[in-house]
Ligand binder design. Structure first.
Ligand code: RIB
Length: 298
């Protein structure tokens, strides 16, 4: 069987992860429990999720000319992802995310570094890659002009686009109308809907394109009517990257011809498995593992 082709254009970060029982208050010092450097970045995470499930993935992104950049590129290569479209930006540091894990949840601060050097020109240079893919998967950790350029190239070649609007920002209306699927969480959905004036019809049209991820609760889709696909009860180790796993798996499942609900069920199960291990990419499952969980009751 031919592998589906997914192009991811997005961020690639080194995650600097600290585990602590208590998050320090302003002006306070606490002793943390442990520290790890783990490959991350929403773009790279979503690329890894799709590749582990069986997609052929092309990744377009930027790293700095530092050791993190080399390590991050090597990590994607080890996952079977095509890395020849990654650019190394001179005298610039790779993106990093400072992540604190505490009481079963995380807080994240991203410093984009080289990710913000991913210009519309770099996107345009790779038009053929976009044109040859089944799905283009995007997030918002790179400049918005580059996201817009990628979307317009995808539309020119009839390629489906999924936008994970994270971290959320106000989007140009022209961009919104070109996206096939949005995958916001509840908070991102609120901002997406309040960023511009819409008629009731436009709101309804946007709603039908939205798949709302709701953490442990599951995922809500709006097709003929609103429907909640319930989350699974799992032993949580680290929820970082669960949304990314959902996106990569959703893109994979759609690209092999599943319908919206089937793809969301598949992605919901993949995301559930991802929280059982440390690191954004640590728990991302293969296809067999997802299919096994899909057979289980919640
Ligand atoms: O979605 C999780 C990711 O967000 C982390 O890997 C971090 O790098 C940030 O981009």
């Amino acid at each position: 069987m031919m592998k589906p082709r997914i192009t991811v254009i997005g961020s690639i970060n080194m995650d600097l992860v600290t585990k602590t029982k208590r998050v320090p208050q302003r002006g306070e010092t606490v002793l943390g429990d442990s520290f790890f450097t783990i490959p991350g970045g929403k773009g790279a995470n979503q690329a890894v999720a799709a590749a582990r499930l069986g997609a052929e993935v092309d990744f377009i992104g930027c790293v700095g000319d530092d050791s993190f950049g080399q390590e991050l590129t090597k990590n994607l290569l080890n996952e079977g992802i095509k890395v020849e479209f990654i650019e190394t930006i001179p005298v610039t540091s790779s993106g990093i995310a400072s992540i604190t894990l505490s009481e079963g949840d995380n807080s994240i601060m991203v410093v984009p570094g080289a990710n913000y050097f991913l210009t519309p020109d770099i996107v345009e240079k790779n038009e053929t890659v976009i044109a040859e893919s089944n799905i283009l998967l995007l997030q918002l950790e790179i400049p918005i002009e580059s996201v817009s350029k990628a979307v317009s190239l995808a539309k020119k070649h009839n390629v489906k686009v999924i936008l994970n609007p994270a971290p959320i920002q106000n989007l140009p209306i022209g961009l919104v109308s070109q996206i096939d699927y949005f995958t916001p969480n509840e908070h991102e959905k609120e901002q997406l809907f309040s960023s511009f004036e819409m008629t009731a019809k436009e709101k309804e049209r946007l709603q039908r394109k939205c798949i709302i991820t709701q953490g442990a609760k599951g995922v809500t889709i709006f097709h003929d009517s609103e429907k909640l696909i319930e989350g699974y009860k799992m032993q949580i180790v680290d929820t970082t990257g669960a949304g990314d796993t959902f996106n990569g798996a959703f893109a994979y499942s759609l690209s092999i011809g599943k319908n919206l609900e089937e793809a969301c069920r598949f992605a919901n199960a993949a995301a559930a498995i991802s929280v059982t291990k440390l690191g954004a990419q640590g728990g991302m499952p293969n296809r067999k593992e997802v299919e096994k969980l899909l057979e289980r009751d919640f």
